[in-house]
Design a protein around this ligand. Structure first.
Ligand code: B12
Length: 145
């Protein structure tokens, strides 16, 4: 997608769904990817075992609106901050909405939100609600600069 069209709110929302590290739990991310696609979004699924560097490079290259990380390994307090740090280093933190899902304790959710993760939708979240929430976050952001 060109930089021009990425700014318009009537363009389909582009989402990178991703698995980072050794986490092999891919049922949730596949369900969410399908639900977002069914809701009219353009979804790129990273596949398993990506590095934070690969996720950031793919997000930039694919010009997505949302980076959606699915983490059930317990490594969320390492991986999510690392991704935020890489986005910051590349001066693109403001360009992306970062959301998470998986097995993430409530206390950690609060800390991660303070660090810059827009929302975390964990176990038992209805897939349809994930699509609604992502639409809401993109709409709150407004057209891209
Ligand atoms: C099924 C399962 C497995 C399957 C995975 C099959 C697969 N291909 O996915 C198998 C048997 C392979 C497995 C293996 C292991 N597992 Co396991 N597994 C589970 C289990 C029982 C269910 C996970 C699941 O599929 N849930 C159903 C899906 C639909 O839910 P979900 O992924 O949470 O997704 C939902 C939300 O989180 C959210 N969501 C998910 N992703 C995203 C992304 C975005 C962007 C958004 C917005 C939302 C979102 O939306 C989804 C819909 O509601 C959980 C326990 C549990 N209750 O979660 C343990 C669990 C995740 N496993 C665990 C462990 C420890 C392991 C093993 C290390 C065990 C071992 N010693 O071998 C291995 C690791 C394997 C690996 N390489 O990673 C632990 C993790 C502990 C932790 N995080 O601290 C858990 C929590 C069990 C426990 N209570 O101890 N596991």
């Amino acid at each position: 997608m060109s930089e021009q069209s990425a700014g318009a709110l009537d363009e389909p929302i582009r989402v990178l769904t991703a698995k980072v590290g050794l986490d092999g739990h891919d049922r949730g991310v596949k369900i969410i990817s399908r639900a977002l696609r069914d809701a009219g979004m353009e979804v790129i699924y990273s596949g398993l075992h990506r590095t934070p560097e690969e996720i950031v490079a793919t997000a930039i290259q694919e010009d997505v609106d949302v980076i959606g990380l699915s983490i059930l390994s317990g490594a969320h307090m390492t991986l999510l901050p690392r991704i935020l740090q890489l986005l910051k280093e590349r001066e693109v933190l403001d360009r992306f909405i970062v959301v998470g899902g998986g097995v993430i304790p409530d206390d950690d959710v609060e800390v991660l939100k303070k660090m810059g993760v827009s929302d975390i939708l964990g176990q038992d979240t209805a897939p349809d609600y994930v699509a609604v929430r992502i639409r809401e976050l993109v709409s709150d952001r407004g057209p891209r600069a």
